[in-house]
Every structure is written in C-alpha cells, then in structure tokens.
Design a binder for this molecule. Sequence first.
Ligand code: B12
Length: 341
Amino acid sequence: MNPELIEKITRSIVEKLEKQSSFEQSFPTDDRQSSVTFWAHTSSANKKVINGPLAEVVEDDSVKELIKFPNIQENNSTSLPESKMAIQQEEDIESKQQVSGIKNPVNQEELDTLIQKTPARIGIGRAGLRPRTETWLKFRYDHAAAVDAVYGNVNDDLLKRLNLFKVNTQVTDKEVYIRRPDYGRKLSDEAKKYIQERCTKSPTVQIIVSDGLSSKAIEENVEDVYLSLQQSLKSADLDVGVPFYIEKGRVAVMDDIGELLTPKVVVLLIGERPGLISAESLSAYLCYEPRKGMIEAERMVVSNIHKGGIPPVEAGAYLGTLVQKILKYEASGVSLVQKEQ
Ligand code: B12
C-alpha cells in the first residue's frame, strides 16, 4: 500500500476529469491516447502495461518509482512512449499466441483481428471433435477460480489494514447465500445494532464494502479503489461516514444502510458474479438516499473494475466525481439521467 502515491494519482485523474467538458466524454474510446501512468502496486505480476479508459497502468514490482504521470494535457494527444509500446506489443503477441489454436486459418489476419478484440474464447481450435488439452485445462482453471471466488472469504488482514469493521447479513452460510439472495439484502439485527453504535449518522457519503459474489474481487481491487475514492471525496471536501464491511451482502443491502444511517449517497464496492474471463471483477453500485422499497432503476453501477478492465485507482477517482454529480442533481440511476437532460 502506498497512500501517498494513490493520493497523487487520484488528484491527477480528478483534474483530468474536471478538464473534460462533459461526463459523457470522460472515458475516451481510444485509450491509447491516455497520458496518466501509474503503478498498480497490489498485483504481484511482473512488468505489464494495461490500458485503461483514462490511464495507462504500469505494473512492475521492480520499478517502485515509476510515477511518470501526470502529463495531463487538454487535448489528450500524448502517445505511448516507445519502450512501453514495445512492452504492449510483446503482450499482444503473447496473448495472440495463447489464444489462437487454429493451425492453418483461412485468413490469419482476420482471425488475429477478431482475437484481439475480445478476451472471449474464440479461435481456439480443436483436436478432432474435442477441445485441445490446453484449452480444456485453461477452462477448468478459470472455472475453479470462479468457484473459489464465490466460496472464498475476504482476508481479515485486508479489512484491518483498511480499518473496516465487519458485520453480517441475515445469512452466514454460503450455500444459503447463493440460493436466497433476499437474505443477503438484509442486515442481521446484531449488525444493525453494531453499525448504529459505531457509525456517524447522516453523512454525505457512506462507503460500504461487501464480498458479494467474489471475495477475490475485494482482495485484488478494493484497497486501490477505496483509497483513491476516499482521496477523491476528500478533495471535493465531502463528509464521509465510517466505512465498514458486510459479509455475504447483496446490492440491495444498501437500502437497510439508508434506513439506518440516512446518508445522502451510498457507494457499495462489491464483488461481481465471476465469469470465465475474470473472477476478480469489482463493481461499485451507487444510490442517492437509498431506503426500503427503492426501485432498481434508482441505482447505478460502474462495473468491470480490475486490472484487465477499469484500473482500480482510476475507478476510485472517477467514482468520486460521480458522487458529486449525484449530489448536484439529488438523484441517481434513471432519475439522474432524466434530470441531466
Ligand atoms: C447478474 C446480472 C444481472 C441479473 C441480476 C439478478 C441477480 N439477482 O443476480 C439480471 C439478469 C436481472 C440483470 C439485469 C440487468 N442488468 Co445486469 N448484470 C448482471 C451481472 C452479470 C453481474 C452482476 C453482479 O454480480 N452484481 C453483484 C451481485 C452481488 O449483486 P446482487 O445483489 O446479487 O444482484 C443485483 C445486481 O446484480 C443488480 N444489477 C444487475 N444488473 C444491473 C444493472 C444496473 C444498471 C444496476 C443499477 C443494477 C444491476 O441487480 C441485482 C438485484 O438487486 C453484471 C455484469 C458485471 N460484470 O457486473 C451485469 C450488468 C451489471 N447488468 C447490466 C445491465 C445493463 C442490466 C439491465 C439494465 C439489462 C436490461 N436492459 O434490462 C438489467 C437491470 C437490472 C436491475 N437490477 O436494475 C450492465 C450494467 C451496465 C451499466 N454500467 O450500467 C452490466 C454491467 C452488464 C454489462 N456489461 O452490460 N443483470
């Protein structure tokens, strides 16, 4: 963890977002034009460049001082430095080799283009009528990772490090949690009592973390998202309540929090149902004044937060700006869109 670094990065991303004229333009489609570079410290991977919508993440355990951001420019016209382009190209080649299993494709170029467009299992080839051994093993591996993510528990050390106390919903058993989503939407009586004792009432923003359907998503991403979100809210001078962790929670548990603590905005960082591409993807669900009987259309979600999707630090910074927008319009979800128009 490097809070100072996160603070710097968050500030630069927020500045960049503020410079952009509208939120619709916040995520440029051509992510190669990004000018913010930062170090994703939570991963143990070796050198790797991942392009995010706003920033380029450089993961490199050996280069601790790789803080080359912020070359913030109005026109977003910075191109990737050559060395980084080389790393990226190397990676592209690697991923192509990993995925393509067709020995003599009719059109190699087209196949490569298609494969590059998606992490889905396409162009994997076959051995007779069966999948190739490598494909099958990779599938089994990804499936096992998904199961582990759903059934695993978030490491208590992480919660301690982030100073998050833990409460439960009305379900403690994973099997029941999966079969009865309604139980995960309600806090236990004990949890309600504990939250009331420990949290401040009526904060402007209440942050909650929950494992949801992927404990791995929390372990891999929450630290960065949380710290940069905190920083982003701090720089907007917003009053933030005492954050906490809800075990085996569902999205709508935020309604119970709304009733208990009456915050203006709830930001819930929760693990997404894993797919076979990523088992560690995190979502942030936001809602203005959540309460019992809330309809789903009043919520909103920023999904796909992980190192292969929206980089966590970038997501945290962006969420802070989204909270400001919710507060400005006093609405979230579909109502927010309507008020904006
Ligand atoms: C499962 C799922 C669903 C299920 C949820 C049922 C369930 N109980 O699990 C169903 C099929 C109902 C669904 C419906 C929709 N979904 Co959906 N869904 C997902 C998925 C695959 C996983 C979500 C998850 O794991 N959440 C965490 C767990 C713990 O939450 P939960 O409490 O068990 O279930 C709640 C959430 O899943 C939430 N939810 C699900 N989808 C959406 C979408 C929005 C906009 C909101 C606010 C909430 C929401 O509703 C559930 C009930 O409260 C994500 C993909 C992803 N990468 O996250 C897409 C995703 C979240 N869904 C999406 C969309 C667009 C929708 C729909 C609007 C589709 C439509 N046109 O009708 C509806 C809206 C439903 C709603 N609640 O308002 C988009 C959201 C894009 C965005 N950023 O706004 C995503 C990211 C898929 C995508 N890549 O496009 N969804």
